[in-house]
Write a protein that binds this ligand. Structure first.
Ligand code: ADP
Length: 356
């Protein structure tokens, strides 16, 4: 048993070194979806140049020449599949079993593939399902030296309110974020479903997805204006030395980052737009404060950043997918997403400076 333990420790050191590469900054992977059928029939042209996509570069085309290039940790062309994308995220996912808090989020304009990347489709599953599948696989491989308890919560933040997507529809309690003394943030009353295997996970994710649709007239519109958040909580017990660690992985499909045309926005939609702006700009502010090593990180300015507090900053690991459209008609939103992602990529995480 001791030998097996040493073996595992060696494997984990290797993985740790790979993940170390990710430590110290927020990694940014850029994924471009294919042109849709409608865009093809509307004769939209592609403005993304993947010829420069070596080593994570991507260009914006201006006629036949490349006008501007951006550099990320990875760039996926429309031909790269869900497996390619997950393979690159996997080391970060696995580090949650070793006690790290991790956050993976998809950012971008509505219709660019955030839900496709995170949730995927039944025949072509995304990061959420693949993550849990891999966590169970590794937990099983390590079962002589570790026991893992894995539970999941699925929630939505809409108009600055947290909605539990696993709670029975009849419950309408107001959910607030609390912090245990010196401990992790949590939401008292939120359902934490203990999952033992991947079939149970599938059921839980389905429940979450269908709850999201209930109560909204237009599901697509609703989901583009709310943040959908899956939290995976892991308690690991080392059977050799009895040590116990708790860690958390957030997988977040953010609301669409597009700016709404001013004339379009009134009443309820204005409130929604302001709340989306508020939480996405709060996310930007948290990231800037981390980048500046500021002594105050404004996590509490939005529900989104407050929820992510344990997994964004300090020695946690973060990965952002910036999702883009290839079409000329989306160019200005694409450039604004790529600019945001460039700022995020410059951020060095690390212990937050103590307030004096
Ligand atoms: P978002 O969540 O950003 O609003 P969606 O995930 O709903 O966007 O994607 C919009 C449409 O584009 C969906 O029909 C989706 O299946 C398709 N799509 C997105 N990304 C890809 C991709 N990489 N390959 C194939 N289809 C994609």
């Amino acid at each position: 048993l001791k030998m097996k333990y040493n073996d595992e420790q060696a494997k984990r050191r290797k993985l740790f070194n790979e993940v170390q590469e990710a430590k110290g900054n927020i990694r940014v992977f850029c994924r471009c979806r294919p042109l849709s059928k409608a865009e093809v029939s509307d004769r939209c042209s592609t403005v993304i140049d993947f010829d420069v996509a070596k080593d994570g570069e991507l260009g914006i085309l201006n006629g036949s020449s490349t006008k501007k290039t951006f550099k990320f940790d990875r760039v996926y062309t429309p031909r790269d599949d869900q497996g390619d994308v997950y393979a690159d995220a996997s080391p970060m996912v696995i580090s949650v079993l070793d006690g790290y808090n991790v956050c993976i989020f998809a950012y971008g304009q509505t219709g660019t593939g955030k839900t496709f990347t995170m949730e995927g489709t039944k025949g072509n599953r995304g990061v959420n399902y693949r993550t849990l599948e891999e966590l169970f696989k590794i937990a099983k491989e390590r079962n002589e030296t570790f026991t893992y308890d894995i539970s999941v919560s699925v929630l939505e933040v809409y108009n600055e309110q947290i909605r539990d997507l696993l709670a029975p529809l009849t419950t309408s309690k107001k959910l607030e974020i609390k912090q245990a003394p010196e401990g992790l943030h949590h939401v008292p009353g939120l359902v934490e479903a203990k999952v033992e295997n991947i079939e149970e996970v599938w059921n839980v994710l389905q429940t979450g997805s269908s709850a999201r649709a209930v109560g909204s007239n237009n599901v697509n519109e609703h989901s583009s204006r709310s943040h959908c958040m899956l939290c995976i909580m892991v308690t690991a017990k080392n059977l050799i030395d009895g040590e116990c660690t708790k860690s958390k992985l957030w997988l977040v499909d953010l609301a669409g980052s597009e700016r709404l045309a001013k004339t379009d926005v009134q009443g309820e939609r204005l409130k929604e737009a302001q709340n989306i702006n508020r939480s996405l700009s709060a996310l930007g502010d948290v990231i800037s404060a981390l980048a500046n090593r500021s002594s105050h990180i404004p996590y509490r300015n939005s529900k989104l950043t407050h929820l992510l507090q344990d997994s964004l900053g300090g020695d946690s690991k973060a990965l952002m997918f910036v999702q883009i459209s290839p079409s000329d008609k989306d160019l200005s939103e694409t450039i604004s997403s790529l600019n945001f992602a460039t700022r995020v990529r410059g951020v060095e995480l690390g212990p937050v400076r103590k307030q004096v």
